[in-house]
Design a protein around this ligand. Structure first.
Ligand code: FAD
Length: 247
């Protein structure tokens, strides 16, 4: 079995930038013609489903809990890292990348960790826009703390319940798209298998956990955001919700 991470070519810091620039765009008029299945409604899945729906795709989202709000992301406590360098203590995208690679015992895919570090600042902006109540200084600026042995303060947090607050933000964005009819949500539904057509993921087999019924769902693409309490990112960077990219 060949484990192919499909990491793009190019210099480490530019691999994903080059890939994004070279990808073909889908015309806004054509997006409605495509259906994307997202398995998982934690921070990764809920964010991906809400964003794809906002872009105009038809989305079907699955989780085995009774509500998307029950995903394990809710338990994350300490905070989410970003290289904003608000305290001016020398942080940078490269330092966040370096700490994360070390924190992951050098086992993570370097290009993906670099990408994670690169977009970390945007993730904080997105969360704030979604209404996540991060801790703030008395002056109103977002507060940072040092976390997980880092020598800089780059962790954004909401008391000891950062994951719950982040999930509330992602869930609200998801609920808005459900309300607009762009996302069809399937709670209490367990994915059993992936449907491959010519090597491409084109659907999933699921079991309804209430009735026991099994059925198939077809799509143009499938995103597996089924969880990753990954020691690669835990404590050292912003694991939360990014696993869909980084794993
Ligand atoms: C106690 C605790 C503290 C943590 N603290 C931090 C922290 O301070 N900072 C940090 O960065 N990270 C922290 N983490 C890690 C972080 O919370 C997780 O890595 C992240 O939330 C995972 O998000 P996710 O969306 O990938 O997965 P999850 O939130 O686990 O969601 C997985 C989803 O996949 C669905 N699913 C799985 N299998 C199937 C299937 N077969 N069929 C259908 N649906 C399926 C589930 O129903 C669920 O909706 C912590 C984790 C824990 C447990």
């Amino acid at each position: 079995m060949i484990l192919d991470g499909k990491v793009p070519f190019g210099p480490l810091a530019e691999k994903w930038d080059i890939h994004c620039h070279e990808m073909r765009l889908v015309s806004p008029a054509n997006k409605r013609k495509f259906t994307v299945i997202v398995v998982g409604t934690g921070l990764a899945g809920a964010s991906a489903a809400a964003t794809l729906a906002e872009l105009g795709y038809n989305v079907e989202a699955f989780c085995y809990q009774d509500s998307a709000r029950r995903a394990h992301s809710i338990s994350a406590q300490g905070g989410i890292n970003a290289a904003k360098n608000y305290p001016s203590d020398g942080d940078s995208v490269y330092r966040l990348f370096h700490d994360t690679i070390k924190g992951g015992d050098f086992r993570a895919r370097e290009a993906n960790v670099y990408r994670l570090s690169q977009i970390s600042n945007l993730i904080i902006d997105q969360c704030v826009a979604q209404g996540v109540p991060f801790a703030r200084e008395y002056s109103g600026y977002l507060a940072n703390r040092s976390f997980g042995g880092a020598q800089v303060s780059r962790t954004f947090y909401a008391r000891g319940q950062t994951g719950q607050q982040l999930l509330l933000g992602a869930y609200q964005a998801l609920s808005r798209q459900v309300h607009l009819g762009n996302v069809k949500l399937y709670p209490r539904t367990e994915m059993l298998d992936l449907v491959l057509v010519d090597g491409e993921a084109k659907g999933i087999l699921v079991r309804d956990l209430v009735t026991g019924e099994t059925r198939a769902h077809a799509a143009d693409a499938v995103i597996l955001a089924t969880g990753g309490y990954s020691n690669v990112f835990y404590l050292s960077t912003n694991a939360m919700g990014c696993n869909v990219n980084a794993n």
